[in-house]
Ligand binder design. Structure first.
Ligand SMILES: NC(=O)c1ccc[n+]([C@@H]2O[C@H](COP(=O)([O-])OP(=O)(O)OC[C@H]3O[C@@H](n4cnc5c(N)ncnc54)[C@H](O)[C@@H]3O)[C@@H](O)[C@H]2O)c1
Length: 380
């Protein structure tokens, strides 16, 4: 049999600790910049992707979702949940991991943590949109919702867009105090001014950009029309599943609304409140120069972000490539190695069972291994 495509046999694993180490080694601003560059680049290749809205299982307190996407070489998917009451149980609201596979063979090449990565890629995506939609020289941003994602948004807008001052509000004053403590202790935020406010309406007064990143599985109205000022850009990130919104419908009516992938945002975004013919523009059109973004200093623009699979594809590429360059990651025994690929039964036929038992870690202390080479991360 002639082999034409050589695929590595080992799946590589990047643990939470590996990715934390990678981000610490490279610095958060570098990772935000790298992911934003990949996301922008991939938006420009929009038509190269096989896209679909994510698949979600909803329960009263949350959602568990799968987000697949592929180009002609690489397939990725992310597993992610959203459970706003999780912090009461000592768990984050959002947890995620992802897989990157070879399209030609279906071989899974990488399994990676994506909880931390999701926060970085979400903030990077917000900046990619704001660069195209917010007024030039935007310097002040309101940040409504100061939970797990919030520092990443603050640092992304500070380093990648030039935001110098953020106005903070959260219904939980402890969340705002945590954010201020974290950023005050961070040399990467030493030039970022911060102030806490008693309400969302006070926090948004006079700002150039309003970011909403709250978590509540309800149709909340955190931003109402009276809070909108001419020229404001809204980065609406927390309304991202059916029955979970943040922005009053009249705000959408008064704004020019941009989305990641329209079929998904119609189901999950603040857009779910609007009629099916309410006009929106997919962001890639603006980035590719096909459609204007902001057209005047007075226009109100809104990025109705829900998080799209392509952003995780871009983030996984960044994580894989930087881990490869840093020699990080471990080979994982996920797919059994077969001497004859048509003879799966060889792995469990009685003789193989016996030799597997005698070679098991419990009896020999040797690692269980089916011949997959142990190597650092391999490029797809
Ligand atoms: N669009 C995307 O790509 C994307 C990606 C990741 C997360 N998210 C969403 O972002 C949101 C935040 O995620 P997180 O991990 O930071 O959650 P989190 O639970 O850690 O923080 C959410 C914060 O929102 C606050 N909050 C709730 N209701 C509020 C209100 N009415 N006004 C002000 N503050 C309020 C909570 O007190 C909490 O501190 C979630 O809804 C999540 O689903 C979106």
């Amino acid at each position: 049999m002639k082999t034409t495509h050589v695929t590595p046999l080992a799946t590589q694993f990047l643990s939470a600790q590996d990715v934390i180490g990678l981000v610490q080694r490279l610095g958060l601003p570098h990772c935000l910049r790298g992911m934003a560059a990949n996301i922008h680049q991939d938006f420009l290749r929009w038509k190269a992707f096989d896209k679909s809205p994510r698949v979600a299982c909803h329960s009263p307190d949350g959602a568990i979702e799968l987000m697949p996407i592929a180009d002609d070489k690489t397939f990725t998917f992310k597993y992610v949940n959203g459970h706003p009451k999780n912090p009461q149980h000592g768990l984050p609201t959002v947890m995620a991991f992802g897989v990157l596979s070879d399209v030609a063979t279906g071989m899974p090449l990488l399994i990676s943590e994506l909880t931390l990565t999701t926060a970085i890629r979400t903030a990077a995506t917000s900046v990619v949109a704001a660069r195209a939609l917010a007024r030039d020289n935007s310097r002040v941003m309101a940040l409504i919702g100061n939970g797990a994602q919030a520092e990443f948004q603050a640092l992304a807008f500070h380093h990648l867009l030039g935001i110098e001052e953020i106005h903070l509000f959260d219904t939980d004053v402890e969340a705002t105090a945590k954010l201020m403590r974290n950023l005050q202790a961070n040399p990467d935020a030493q030039h970022l001014r911060m102030a806490a406010y008693a309400s969302a309406s006070e926090a948004v007064r006079g700002v150039d950009i309003t970011t909403t990143i709250t978590a509540d599985k309800t149709n909340a109205t955190i931003i109402t029309p009276d809070m909108i000022e001419p020229g404001m850009h809204l980065n609406a990130v927390g309304g991202d599943c059916p029955g979970k919104t943040e922005i009053h419908p009249d705000v959408l009516r008064a704004a020019k609304v941009f989305v990641e992938y329209e079929p998904q945002t119609r189901i999950e975004g603040d857009l779910q409140q609007m009629p099916a013919d309410f006009a929106v523009t997919e962001l890639w059109n603006v980035l590719a120069g096909k459609t204007p973004g902001r057209e005047s200093e007075h226009e109100v623009t809104m990025f109705d972000s829900v998080g799209f699979a392509m952003e995780d594809f871009s983030a996984l590429r960044f994580i894989r490539d930087t881990a490869l360059a840093q020699g990080m990651g471990q080979a994982m025994d996920l797919i059994p190695h077969l001497a004859d690929p048509k003879d799966l039964y060889q792995l469990v036929k009685p003789a193989a069972r016996k030799s597997a038992r005698s070679a098991s870690p419990a009896t020999t202390n040797a690692p269980a291994h089916h011949g997959a080479p142990s190597a650092a991360i391999v490029a797809a």
